[in-house]
Every structure is written in structure tokens, then in C-alpha cells.
Write a protein that binds this ligand. Structure first.
Ligand SMILES: NC(=O)c1ccc[n+]([C@@H]2O[C@H](COP(=O)([O-])OP(=O)(O)OC[C@H]3O[C@@H](n4cnc5c(N)ncnc54)[C@H](O)[C@@H]3O)[C@@H](O)[C@H]2O)c1
Length: 371
């Protein structure tokens, strides 16, 4: 198969979808790889390294899209890429369709085959291509939260761990999945008082068992969240309903209950956010304030630590990408349920229920696209 790896052009996105090690694997399987010039530069991989691994370097993004049967990316295509996408071209990347109506319509119009990293699902219902980035974002959420809690950054002016004789900060983590667990571990490690809320009692039981003593678990409901936010300094939003928009667990009226200078990091912003007042921001301009509460809502947090993120992501994506290249998308998805669940939009049809529900679009059963 002919594989194309474009350079990411979303604001401050420094990751790349295939490393030179990945190129070597594709070549071993008999595939041809075209990499856009400087695609890996920000992740620490030079064009020479890609060429040595067997890739052909193309100067422009247009050439990469024009030649490739499968485009492997990191973030969803942005508007300037839409017209480069060809009918039947396989796009293997993060899409997060439920948070962007224009992207959904554009991909329907281009008649591409859109296989979304975020909905590839294992039989135990885990999301193997979200996990590595959630691990990065969860850990990073505490670093960012701690930074914006500093007074000169707009925050309350509290040190997460406190010092001898001074209480530590209170951190509330909404959602005890991958993001929430990693965030809670980092905050607890820094000495904060941490509370994790989740709607899953088995998950809360598990977290209660494995977390250190400065982490409490509480059932997620509006009453409990309203009580907790009164004394919280940092809130991390890490809830997920797979393939659907995140629920607004913190509504605008709740901001009045919080201390001025409270910081809210909405990691779930890529699924629409779990605070009513969230709107996506960028690494260049990451925060804004509503009613005295600092909001950090960067939709591609791992993009700021590209070295760690690229290696973590490609460790997880490469086996799936190889399977797609070896078998073609139809055979690969027909025989592999994990990959089949990644299909969202195929040749103009929406085949993922969460996406059709989000934008009121007709739904086509995925089985129909194999006929
Ligand atoms: N902004 C970024 O750069 C970035 C990076 C990685 C992941 N994310 C996003 O972070 C979010 C979380 O990802 P994850 O991998 O941790 O998901 P996950 O599935 O591992 O965890 C989600 C958790 O939310 C819980 N949940 C669902 N509804 C809830 C509710 N009403 N109250 C409390 N908990 C609830 C679930 O029970 C689950 O434990 C996703 O939207 C993901 O796309 C964003």
C-alpha cells in the first residue's frame, strides 16, 4: 500500500504519526511510505532519518495527499486540508467528529474512509489509541493546573503540596478513567488533597484500592459536585462517553460557588468539554477567565510534549496501521472488530451512531459498507 505521512498543521501540533522506526516496519511488510519534508522535525526526527529508514520525502502536503492510498495523521484534517482528500482515500487519525459539525460534513462530502483512532475499541471496551494520549494529557493537566494556580498567571496563588504548617491545595478530578487516574496520581504525588468522582462504582472501588491515602473517591452526581467545588482549587475534567459529546458537569451558575482564582483544566474539551463555560483554546493562548475562574481548554495538550507523545502514540497505532496496510481497509475491518469500531464515515455515509446522533445525520449500519 502507498502510505502518506503529512506534517501536522494544526496550531502548535508538533507530533508526527509515523516515526523512522515505523517506516522500517512498513518497508519490511512491502509498503511504500511518503513523508512530507520536516514532518518529524518537532518530534526530534530528521528527514535524513526517515530517508535512511526507507521513506521518500516529498516537499509539499499536496503531493503527500495526492499520492497516498492511506494517510496516517495525528489530528483531524483542518479546513485547508479538506480539498486535498480524495474519494476512497483511507484516513487513519484522530477525528473527534462529535465535537465538529463542519469536519463531519466535509468528510461526508469528500467521500473518504475515515477511521478514527478514538473509537477503535478492544473487546474489554478499552480504547487502545486514546490511552497513550490520555496518559500524557492527564499527567500534563496537573503541571498546567499548578502553573495557572500561581498568582502572576491569574490563579488563587496556592502551592499544590502546601508546606509544613500550611494545608495543601484541594484537587477535584471529574472522571476516574485514564486521564483522571494519571492526573490524580500526579497531584497526589505533589502532596495535594485529591478527590476523584466517577459514575462507575466498580471504578471507584478499584481507585480506592490502588490510590495513595491523600486520594478520596466520591460518587459523581450534581449534589456532590456542587458541595466539592466550594473548597476546590483545581478541577480536572476527564469524563468520557465514547463517541458522544461530554456531559456538562459544571454549569455556569456553579462558578459562583467557587473561590476566585480556582483553575479548571478541561481535558475533555476535544469531546466538547465537561464545563458549560468551556471553549477550545490553543497552546499559544491557553486560558481565559469566566466569573473569576481560570479555564484551560487546550484541545491538543499532548502536542506540547511531542517527544513523549509521538513515541507513546506510535507505539499504539503502528500494529493497527500495519494491519490496514497489509489487508486493505475493507478486509482489515471486516475481520478485525477493534478496527471496525474505528470506522466513522465511509464513502459519504455516517457509520458511527454517536456521530449521527450528534449532528442529526442518517445512520448507516457499518455492515452495509462491506457489501
Ligand atoms: N485535551 C486533550 O489534549 C486530550 C488528550 C487526551 C484525552 N482527552 C480526552 O479526555 C477525556 C477522557 O479520556 P479518558 O481516556 O480518561 O477516558 P476514560 O473512558 O478512560 O475515562 C472516562 C471516565 O469518565 C467517567 N464518566 C462518564 N460520565 C461521567 C460522569 N457523569 N461523571 C463522572 N465520571 C463520568 C467514566 O466512568 C470513565 O471512568 C476524553 O474526552 C478524551 O478524548 C483530551
Amino acid at each position: 500500500m502507498i502510505i502518506g505521512v503529512p506534517k501536522e498543521i494544526k496550531n502548535n501540533e508538533n507530533r508526527v504519526a509515523v516515526t523512522p522506526a515505523g517506516v522500517t516496519e512498513f518497508r519490511k511488510h512491502g509498503h511504500v511510505v511518503y513523508v512530507q519534508a520536516e514532518a518529524g522535525k518537532s518530534s526530534g526526527f530528521s528527514d535524513e532519518q526517515y530517508a535512511e529508514a526507507g521513506a521518500t520525502i516529498l516537499p509539499t502536503i499536496e503531493e503527500v495527499y495526492a499520492i497516498a492510498e492511506m494517510i496516517i495523521k495525528v489530528k483531524e484534517p483542518i479546513a485547508s486540508e479538506y480539498e486535498l482528500i480524495k474519494e476512497n482515500q483511507l484516513l487513519f487519525t484522530y477525528f473527534h467528529f462529535a465535537s465538529s459539525e463542519p469536519l463531519t460534513h466535509a468528510m461526508i462530502e469528500r467521500k473518504a474512509v475515515c477511521l478514527a483512532y478514538e473509537t477503535v475499541e478492544k473487546t474489554d471496551r478499552s480504547l487502545p489509541l486514546l490511552v497513550p494520549m490520555s496518559e500524557v494529557a492527564g499527567r500534563m493537566a496537573i503541571q498546567e493546573g499548578a502553573k495557572y494556580l500561581e498568582k502572576p498567571m491569574g490563579g488563587f496563588g496556592i502551592l499544590l503540596g502546601g508546606v509544613a504548617g500550611v494545608k495543601p491545595a484541594n484537587v477535584l478530578v471529574l472522571g476516574g478513567g485514564i486521564v483522571g487516574t494519571q492526573a490524580a496520581k500526579m497531584a497526589a504525588g505533589l502532596g495535594a488533597n485529591v478527590t476523584i468522582v466517577d459514575i462507575s462504582l466498580p471504578r471507584l472501588r478499584y481507585l480506592e484500592d490502588i490510590m495513595p491515602a491523600n486520594v478520596d473517591t466520591v460518587m459523581s452526581n450534581e449534589y456532590n459536585i456542587r458541595e466539592l467545588i466550594k473548597s476546590t482549587n483545581l478541577i480536572i475534567g476527564g469524563v468520557l462517553i465514547p463517541g458522544a459529546k461530554a456531559p456538562s458537569l459544571i454549569t455556569r451558575d456553579m462558578l459562583k460557588l467557587m473561590k476566585p482564582g480556582t483553575v479548571m483544566v478541561d481535558v475533555a474539551i476535544d469531546q466538547g468539554g465537561c464545563f458549560e463555560t468551556s471553549k477550545a483554546t490553543t497552546h499559544e493562548d491557553p486560558i481565559y477567565e469566566v466569573d473569576g475562574v481560570v479555564h484551560y481548554c487546550v484541545a491538543n495538550m499532548p502536542g506540547a510534549v511531542p517527544y513523549t507523545s509521538t513515541l507513546a502514540l506510535t507505539n499504539a497505532t503502528l500494529p493497527y496501521a500495519l494491519h490496514l496496510a497489509d489487508n486493505g481497509w475493507k478486509n482489515a475491518c471486516a475481520t478485525n472488530e477493534e478496527l471496525r469500531k474505528g470506522l466513522n464515515v465511509v464513502n459519504g455515509k455516517v457509520v458511527f451512531k454517536g456521530v449521527s446522533d450528534a449532528w442529526n445525520l442518517p445512520y448507516t449500519d457499518v455492515k452495509e459498507v462491506f457489501q
